[in-house]
Design a protein around this ligand. Sequence first.
Ligand SMILES: Nc1ncnc2c1ncn2[C@@H]1O[C@H](COP(=O)(O)OP(=O)(O)O)[C@@H](O)[C@H]1O
Ligand SMILES: [Mg+2]
Length: 300
Amino acid sequence: MSAERELRERLRALVAEAREEGAWEALVEEWRALGAAPQRSPASGELPGRFGMVGASPPMEALFDLLEKVAPSDVAVLILGETGTGKEVVARALHEAGGRAERVFLAENCAAVPANLLESELFGHVRGSFTGAVADRAGHFVVADKGTVFLDEIGDMPLAMQSKLLRVLQEGEVRPVGSNKLKRVDVRVIAATNKDLTAMCAERTFREDLYFRLNVITIELPPLRERGGDVALLARHFLASTGEQVGRDLSLDGDALAALEAWTWPGNVRELENEICRAAVLGGDTIRAEDLSPRLSGGV
Ligand SMILES: Nc1ncnc2c1ncn2[C@@H]1O[C@H](COP(=O)(O)OP(=O)(O)O)[C@@H](O)[C@H]1O
Ligand SMILES: [Mg+2]
């Protein structure tokens, strides 16, 4: 974990340096050449879908139409939906399909970072501003200048941090922790949550003024159980991608597909992805109903 953190720090420093030196475009080219840039289309390209997402059900078609309209604009978008419905995929798709695609996209999970570190993650810090701040560090809003910052689980952002974020959005300036210098930034903010922010506003655990700033457009992701027909498509998509990874030609028999289609998928697309992965490990090349988790075939 600390090795990963160190690598992230180094990458961030490199990105910040490239920006300053005006070598940004060259760095992006290099990144692409190394094959590290995110894939824009699903692995199984012939499946129906758009924006790198698989789906052909009416709620997904409506979602794709909305993404077409929203992506080119710079407005703040709030993405709502149950866990595993594809909120992060949508945030990336908005970035990739918009005018900021050549710039940085950075995601922060507001629920996963301790409250005292979140400010430094987002706005940066100067050396010595707190124990462990051994070097200056650019925050997401600086590294992703002219790009996009994705604030995942925004409903878990502490109130004090909400106020600081609101100020940044209003002023278009960040102040790194421990610094007295403001930096102008131009960042598209996309936020996501599976919490009921209106209820949180009423309880005063979420700032209403911030809510209105983040929520110029709301994009609601339908739960998988409401996407008629998409379970089969997504299953094929994950069979293809898992099969490619393990070098096997995977398929489902009729009973297995029926069991997948009958399930309610509380964990949505992520749960289906994990299910296919699990069955691929436990079963043969043709996955049968018995290879699925017991809960899917009427067991516990
Ligand atoms: N429509 C889709 N087509 C293909 N893969 C998807 C789709 N929606 C979600 N996924 C995959 O499902 C997983 C969960 O998506 P994610 O965006 O992390 O969900 P959330 O942020 O809502 O919890 C990811 O691995 C993502 O790539
Ligand atoms: Mg997520």
